[in-house]
Design a protein around this ligand. Structure first.
Ligand code: FBP
Ligand code: MG
Ligand code: MG
Length: 333
């Protein structure tokens, strides 16, 4: 076994082979990533996926490795960010796996945390129908983080569990405590270089954070942006705060950058299970049905109060946001 749960906590029996196989591949990837420049050039550009995103060597290595193992463990449908269509693996398998095999690709060659995001749900007769459902069908959601520690963070619907890779044993060993999101950290994460492309609503929210103790929030905030969704999620689950990847005015970014099936649904389930919230700014992510396999959605997640507050900015009539915005614009001269 490549995973060692605490003796008083089980992994649902029908999911165990798939979770074990995911751990096997992730441990191997972790070893390869850890070699850095002593190993193969994992950051080499090798092409583009259907969405036009650049693919790095590690995106494809990870995708091939996960797909090969999933064929042996009762997974019928395999949907990957790196593939145009759903692949059928085991025709009599009962499960469907959605995966972002390598998240945070821009960080591969700079020794910053990257990851793998996945979800498992029951397989329907048709692959597309399986994945084009809202997030309430998920049986499990998780990510592997390849960082100073390689870890698996996963939920089976009863809280969020942490397993750390013990390299000497070659196994992911469960940590004693469940992960619970702290509600009061004052930290936000957003790619602020897109400020000029955001809606007034998003600008007003961030302006208020930046105004700190002198603004309407009456407290100072800190900012972080790793450009690796797994790393941001791990930090927020570990110590709180809020993450935003809103839609913006750039070509192709009307719904932001993050994919509903491979990234947003699993992260949303984890965050909710840790005691937080995940929305597109207004609507709960888990309630949304993906319009197509590679659909993107704006994503806002973190401590409940922070996420609720973002929704109140969206609720303001446009004139009111404009009026607020007229008094702010802290990024402008
Ligand atoms: O470069 P940007 O626009 O800040 O986007 C960063 C976001 O893009 C991602 O890298 C997208 O994931 P992939 O690396 O799987 O394409 C997220 O991990 C991250 O949150
Ligand atoms: Mg990703
Ligand atoms: Mg990816």
């Amino acid at each position: 076994m490549f995973i060692e749960p605490k003796s008083d906590r089980a992994i649902p029996g029908d999911l165990q082979p798939a979770i074990n196989a995911l751990c096997n591949v992730a441990a191997d990837l972790s070893n390869r990533i850890a070699l850095g420049p002593l190993g193969a050039d994992l950051a080499q550009a090798v092409g583009a996926n259907t969405d036009g995103d650049q693919q790095k060597a590690l995106d494809l290595i990870a995708d091939d490795a996960f797909m090969a193992e999933m064929a042996k463990v009762g997974v019928r449908w395999y949907a990957s960010e790196e593939r145009d269509t759903v692949e059928q693996l085991d025709p009599v398998g009962a499960l469907a796996l959605a995966i972002d095999p390598l998240d945070g690709s821009s960080n591969i060659d700079v020794n910053v945390s990257i990851g793998t995001i996945f979800s498992l749900q029951p397989a329907l007769a048709d692959g597309n129908d399986t994945f084009l459902r809202n997030g309430h069908a998920l049986r499990a959601a998780g990510y592997f983080i390849y960082g100073p520690q390689t870890a698996l963070v996963v939920t089976f619907g009863e809280g969020v569990r942490l397993f750390v890779l013990d390299r000497s044993a070659g196994r992911f060993v469960e940590a004693p405590d469940l992960m619970v999101l702290s509600q009061d950290a004052g930290e936000f994460a957003i790619n602020a270089s897109n400020y000029r492309h955001w809606s007034k609503t998003v600008r007003a929210y961030i302006d208020d954070c930046l105004a700190g103790i002198d603004g309407p929030r009456g407290r100072n905030f800190n900012m972080r942006w790793v450009a690796s969704l797994v790393a941001e999620t791990h930090r927020i689950i570990s110590r709180g705060g809020i993450f935003l990847y809103p839609g913006d005015g750039r070509d192709g970014y009307a719904n932001g950058r993050l994919r509903q099936v491979y990234e947003c649904q699993p992260i949303a389930l984890l965050i909710e299970q840790a005691g937080g919230k995940a929305t597109d700014g207004v609507q709960r992510i888990l309630d949304k049905v993906p319009p197509h396999l590679h659909a993107r959605t704006p994503l806002v997640f973190g401590a409940s109060d922070h996420v609720d507050r973002v929704a109140t900015y969206h609720d303001l009539p446009d004139q009111e946001v404009s009026a607020l915005f007229g008094n702010r614009g802290l990024f402008r001269a």
